[in-house]
Ligand binder design. Structure first.
Ligand SMILES: *Cc1c(COP(=O)(O)O)cnc(C)c1O
Length: 384
């Protein structure tokens, strides 16, 4: 059989073996330890090391990301990001997007402080600038390139294959946080990345009911190191969370298709609207990396940014006026949500004060549009 498409793998990968009378879904095992009398090599020993409840999700994510080894699930996206950052040698330079996920930048800077390393923040969409930052004249070459594409919340799109090749040429590992695209739209290992990390919390699980993270790699050495970190760090997901994530993953393709349809149409309508200053969406021809996104990804995802006329106050008012859209952080759920990022004191100052990040869900498009347009009309002062 040829390799099934990601939409099929989301449904079919990680199922139990088809034996007469076996369940079609993996059982959830609540047990912290296993019977063990002899040398435990090759059998389950203790749940912080491995458990049968993780394996189906780890196999499914590996199939989706085209990883040659099973994935490694962690208790949250940040738990896996912490483990992946530690793949950089102590004291290494880490090149990272200036608009990476906030806690990722915090974790990278904390690690650099602890170990005497450096974080070089770059505009990840500016390929030449990133390549220059990997090996600046007279300075140490980078040990790790961290990529997010599209970035959060500015939706900048990186040229993953060129950057991964440039990183490899200077001996740096490339890690891609693929949370925004999901493996449905882009498979970074295939584009040359060494490790992919996910906040499974977001669109992969998809129902805003669970926190979970995962790492994928085809390198035995990196897999071993991530596994060792999970064992000693102990940031493991519980059986119920793992089961919920796999349950959510089964409908990924349907949810993603509907969310993107909604997002595309909302982006188009908002861009033409007289109360709107700016719309950011990689699927719009006006997006600075629209063509790169179209070539690299097989879709544009559910996230867009909106800057209403009337500045930060009008943007804040939109989040108070919406009735259907949920004013909340996080993204990738079945429900549409929005937030003004700069209300968070830690958000980068280069993110505009009036920027709303919208995560588009699977509700009826016209209901979403009516609610958002009514909120805009009530929030933007006349004459702005
Ligand atoms: C949410 C998010 C994370 C962190 O994941 P948690 O599951 O909340 O720990 C990391 N990267 C991106 C891009 C995210 O959106």
């Amino acid at each position: 059989m040829p390799r099934p498409s990601p939409a099929t793998l989301a449904v079919s990968a990680g199922r139990p073996a088809r034996n007469q009378g076996s369940p079609v879904n993996p059982p959830v095992v609540f047990s912290s330890t296993y019977t063990s009398i002899e040398d435990p090599t090759g059998s389950l020993l203790y749940t912080r090391y491995d458990t049968e409840t993780w394996q189906p999700l780890e196999r499914a994510l590996a199939a989706l990301e085209q990883a040659e080894l099973p994935g490694l699930v962690f208790s949250s996206g940040m738990a896996v990001i912490d483990a992946a950052l530690r793949l950089a040698e102590p004291g290494a330079v880490i090149v990272a997007p200036r608009h990476a996920y906030l806690s990722t930048l915090t974790a990278a800077h904390e690690q650099a402080r602890r170990e005497g390393g450096t974080v070089r923040e770059v505009d990840i969409a500016d390929t030449e600038a990133v390549i220059a930052a990997l090996r600046p004249a007279g300075e140490a070459p980078a040990g790790m390139l961290w990529i997010e594409s599209p970035t959060n919340p500015m939706l900048e799109v990186a040229d993953i294959s060129r950057l991964a090749a440039a990183a490899r040429a200077v001996g740096a590992l490339t890690v891609v946080d693929n949370t925004f695209a999901t493996p449905l739209l882009q498979q970074p290992l295939h584009l040359g990345a060494d490790v992919v990390v996910h906040s499974v919390t977001k669109q992969l699980a998809g129902h805003s009911d669970v926190l979970l993270g995962a790492a994928l790699t085809s390198s035995t050495e990196l897999h071993e190191r991530l596994l060792a970190r999970r064992r000693t760090g102990g940031a493991i997901p519980g059986p119920m969370e793992t089961w919920l994530a796999l349950r959510g993953l089964r409908t990924l393709a349907l949810r993603a298709e509907r969310s993107e349809q909604n997002a595309r149409e909302l982006a188009r309508r908002l861009e033409a609207h007289h109360l709107v200053e700016h719309v950011g969406y990689p699927g719009l021809a006006s997006h600075p990396q629209h063509e790169r996104a179209a070539a690299q990804m097989s879709g544009f995802g559910p996230i867009l940014t909106l800057r209403p006329r009337g500045g930060a106050e009008a943007a804040a008012e939109v989040t108070r006026r919406v009735r259907l859209w949920l004013p909340a952080t996080s993204l990738g759920g079945v429900e549409s949500s929005l937030e003004r990022r700069r209300r968070l004191s830690a958000e980068a100052a280069s993110v505009p004060e009036d920027l709303l990040r919208l995560s588009v869900g699977i509700e009826d498009l016209e209901d979403l549009w009516r609610d958002l347009e009514a909120a805009l009309t009530a929030s933007v002062p006349a004459g702005s």
